[in-house]
Design a protein around this ligand. Sequence first.
Ligand SMILES: NC(=O)C1=CN([C@@H]2O[C@H](COP(=O)(O)OP(=O)(O)OC[C@H]3O[C@@H](n4cnc5c(N)ncnc54)[C@H](O)[C@@H]3O)[C@@H](O)[C@H]2O)C=CC1
Ligand SMILES: O=C(O)C1=N[C@H](C(=O)O)C[C@H](O)C1
Length: 233
Amino acid sequence: MNIALFGYGKMGKMIESVAQNRDHNIVAKIDVDSGDFDYSKMDVAIDFSMPDAAFGNISGCIENGVPVISGTTGWLEKFDDAVALCHKKNGAFIYASNFSLGVNVFFELNKQLARMMRNLDQYKVSMEEIHHTQKLDAPSGTAITLAEGIIENSAYKTWKLGHVDTAEIPISSKRIGDTPGTHTVDYESKVDSLEIKHTAHNREGFALGAVIAAEWIQGKTGVFTMKDVLDLK
Ligand SMILES: NC(=O)C1=CN([C@@H]2O[C@H](COP(=O)(O)OP(=O)(O)OC[C@H]3O[C@@H](n4cnc5c(N)ncnc54)[C@H](O)[C@@H]3O)[C@@H](O)[C@H]2O)C=CC1
Ligand SMILES: O=C(O)C1=N[C@H](C(=O)O)C[C@H](O)C1
C-alpha cells in the first residue's frame, strides 16, 4: 500500500516505521512548507499534524479522492464539515482521538461502566489525563471522547477542565516529561473508589492502530470509526 504521511513529527516518524514493518511504502512525507505533492501516488493518507492544519489536510485528500485517516486532536469544531465533504465526494475518512487498540476497548468499557454507575448517586466521576509537555491541546482528545462516552450514558451534561458543579465531569490535565498518554476515569464515594485506567508505554500502539485503519479502509467509502475497524461489539 502506498501511504502519504501528513505531519512528519513524533507520530509521523513512528507510523513510517510501523508501516514499513508491515511492507507498506511511504510515498510522501508532507510537513510544514513541503511544497507540491502528488495525490495520484497515494492509496491512503495518514494525518497526524497540528490542530490548525488537520482540516486542510483532510479536506485536500477527500477532494482528491484519497482515503484519509486522521489522529490529529484539537480541530473538532470542523469535524462536521469534514464528514459532510466526505459524504458529498463519496470519500473515505476515519478520525479517532486515539488509535491505540487498548484505548478503543477502554472507550467501550467506559461507556458500559457509565451505564452501570448511572443510578448510583453515591459516586462522583472525575477524569485525569497525563501527557508530554509538548502537547498543544488540553484536555486531550482521548479525554474528550471518554467524557462524551460518559455523558451519552449517564445524567452528566457536560465536561470541564478543573473544578466543576455537580452536572459536569471534571477533567484534570497534567503535562509531565515525555509521558505518551495516560487516562484515568475514577468514581469516588465516601467508602470506596473505582478506577479504570489506560497507560500507553510508548507511541507504537497509536501508530499501529492508524496503519491498521489505513489497511482496513482500502476499497471502502464512508465515514468510519475505530469501533468499525476493530469490530468491537
Ligand atoms: N489519535 C491518536 O492516536 C494520537 C493523536 N496524536 C495527535 O497527533 C497530532 C500530532 O502529534 P505528534 O506527532 O506528537 O506532534 P508533533 O508536533 O511531533 O508533529 C506534528 C507535525 O505536524 C507538522 N505540521 C504542522 N503543520 C502542518 C501542515 N500544514 N501539514 C503537515 N504537517 C504539518 C509539524 O511541523 C510537526 O512536524 C497531535 O494533534 C496529537 O494530539 C498523537 C498521538 C496519538
Ligand atoms: O498528543 C499526544 O501525544 C496524544 N494525543 C492524543 C490525545 O489528545 O488524546 C492521543 C494520545 O493520548 C497521545
